[in-house]
Design a protein around this ligand. Sequence first.
Ligand code: AMP
Length: 190
Amino acid sequence: MLNIVLFGPPGAGKGTQSERLIEKYNLVHLSTGDIFRANIKGETELGKLAKSYMNKGQLVPDSVTIDLLKSEVMKHSHPKGFIFDGFPRTNNQASALDVLLVSMNTSITKMISLDVDEEELKTRLLKRAEVSGRADDANPSIIENRIAVYQKETAPVKSFYADQNKFFSIDGMGSVDDITKRLFDSIDAN
Ligand code: AMP
């Protein structure tokens, strides 16, 4: 299986690039943020809980997020692989994902991080807010908080994969097509 963790701060382009990767490599796209948003829309209990964290730019607790991810992974029988987008966001999540994949006789192939500078992230998120309707994109102080949470809680996950020689990063600035090409090159350079 080809299992890619697409990594990077909010606004790095993980969702956009995931769409291209699933098409080329025939993978399942798992975005915990998308799943939480679908639950908010469906007004489920999980949605209510997730919303209380998401609207402040905080992480949804690990226990909830890990259970959700596990049940989503198990929904797919014989997948070619997964793109994990927005997961793992903590070292606990990364460990739980490793254990889950081992139980399926597979593992993460690589984590690829999209490097984008902070000013560009803020610009992209505010622009996305105009079309996404996402409350967490529209408010500059929530954006600041999401970036701060990323630096403090999520960026350390890079070392988790670097320690396994699975961490790679690419330049996430420039056109969507250019970034896609860099990603394809990184994945194909096995
Ligand atoms: P995203 O769509 O990936 O930008 O995620 C939007 C929001 O959903 C985040 O700011 C978090 O509040 C929540 N979220 C998504 N994925 C996770 C995760 N793996 N762990 C904790 N919270 C998450």
